[in-house]
Design a protein around this ligand. Structure first.
Ligand code: F0G
Length: 450
């Protein structure tokens, strides 16, 4: 049980269990019942500012690394370790771009569409928000070695943070399942890379067993401390909207860590009286990896006050195993069929009155090209948001006058292969193929001017 004195503790999300554990323990699942864990707080013991806008005052003191960090600037809302343990490399300096041009393309009113560019993080994806939190906890517990399974961004981020705090790290990636931009990062940052002959789901299973066996610190989003850091993406969206709420958050769904943490962020802000309503959330799968969409839309799986129908999940996974299903999508970051945070995501959908849907690869790469053309660019998984938004607008689920924030999770340069192929092979209406020209001045001028 958590000692009474601690202001934060770990708590099983299963309401029939609800056992609490001290934050000095390293756990990824409840030892009592096997369900996921949350970080919970004794808010009476934490000096949370009275208004969200009070956090903005920290900008004036941004020569303090914790105030500069877009995660630790909100530290009272993730108060699970003392300052000396906190590790920061300047994560969370991301921008919310108002994008009227793309809005016009989609039939959305000016001033209503915003793109949250998480690709501007140090390792080029949103993962750094979570990794700064996970490695702060790793330092609190004195971890020597860390590991993760990854479709590429978690591994890049882990390697960067592990290196910055002198902790060893090992990356488990599915053979041939990772974009080169991401693979290059983890190798460059000194991560030991294991290419497992299997897909992400295979790696996720192996890494959990290895971490248990060798007492290694796991930094996948099963780690509840990591998800605490990802809550701050929502705080920064609110900050950049002048401390006002959007009507919709649109986010890609892979292992479902982001959507889970966003739901937790809003539930806590509401509980603390810092917001008076909760935005709605749309979680977008790729259709080649759409477990969430299938279970929610077809099987009507719900959070159900924490009493999730685990048999329905088990039966579906048994079907996947029986037909030797392996997910496939060009959005390799979200090529996942057994999302580890499924039940937490169901809770987030409940909190946010959320919707889920799946979009095809063709729609994803078109949307990616549009974001490149009208915005700052992103990787394919991130573009699932705009592809999904188009469907939700067409179906009347999202109205063109609502304020919409799409989370663009990873940088455009993470996966140049998909981008180059889209343009070179003229795969869609936004393709802009290169033109072969002879090494001849007149010919070059002629081709440039046609
Ligand atoms: N977008 C990008 C760019 C990602 O890298 C990921 C996940 C997601 C979206 C999905 O986020 O898991 O919170 O639903 N990438 C993981 C990885 C799986 O290993 O890098 P989620």
């Amino acid at each position: 049980m958590a000692p009474k004195k601690d202001r934060a503790f770990q708590k099983c999300i299963n309401p029939d269990c609800g056992v609490q554990y001290d934050c000095s323990q390293t756990l990824v699942k409840c030892p009592a019942c096997g369900h996921l864990l949350d970080i919970a707080y004794d808010w009476n013991r934490i000096p949370v500012p009275k208004k969200l806008s009070d956090f903005g005052k920290r900008w004036a003191d941004r020569n303090n690394p914790l105030d500069f960090s877009g995660v630790w600037r909100f530290r009272e809302l993730l108060d699970f370790c003392d300052d000396p343990h906190k590790v920061t490399i300047g994560e969370g300096q991301t921008i919310l771009q108002r994008n009227d041009e793309l809005a016009a393309q989609l039939g959305i009113r000016p001033g209503r569409l915003f793109l949250q560019y998480e690709g501007l993080n140090p390792s080029g994806s949103f993962k750094d928000n979570g990794m700064t939190a996970a490695f702060s906890h790793a330092r609190r517990v004195g971890a020597q070695s860390s590991a993760c399974a990854s479709t590429g961004n978690t591994s890049a981020s882990m390697a960067l943070y592990a290196h910055s705090c002198g902790i060893k790290c090992t990356v488990f990636i599915g053979s041939g399942r990772i974009a080169y931009g991401k693979l290059s990062q983890s190798m460059d940052y000194g991560g030991k890379t294991l290419q497992v002959q299997g897909d992400f789901d295979d790696c996720m299973k192996q890494v959990q067993d290895v971490c248990r066996e060798l007492n290694i610190y796991l930094v996948n989003s099963l780690n509840p401390f990591r998800l605490e850091g990802q809550k701050t993406i929502m705080y920064r969206i609110i900050e950049q909207l002048g401390w006002e709420l959007p009507d919709w958050i649109v986010v890609p769904g892979g292992n479902l860590g982001n959507s889970s943490s966003f739901g937790k962020a809003f539930a806590e802000l509401k509980q603390l009286g810092l917001i008076d309503r909760v935005p709605r959330m749309a979680v977008i799968n790729a259709s080649g990896a759409d477990t969430l969409t299938h279970l929610v839309n077809n099987k009507k799986l719900r959070w159900n006050a924490g009493r999730v129908d685990n048999k329905a999940i088990g039966d579906f996974y048994a079907e996947l195993t029986a037909k030797k299903f392996s997910p496939h999508t060009c959005a390799s970051a979200i090529e996942i069929s057994r999302p580890v945070n499924l039940t937490k995501c169901l809770r987030a959908l409940d909190v946010c009155n959320g919707v889920v849907l799946a979009v095809t690869d063709a729609k994803i790469i078109d949307a990616k090209a549009q974001i490149g053309l009208y915005g700052l660019g992103c990787e394919p998984a991130s573009a699932a948001t705009i592809a999904g938004l188009k469907h939700l607008l067409a179906d009347g689920v999202i109205r063109p006058d609502e304020r919409i924030a799409c989370v663009l999770t990873g940088h455009a340069l993470k996966d140049p292969t998909v981008t180059v192929n889209y343009h070179k092979d003229k795969m869609g209406p936004f393709s802009n193929p290169p033109i072969e020209v002879p090494n001849d001045l007149q010919e070059i001028i002629r081709r440039m001017t046609v």
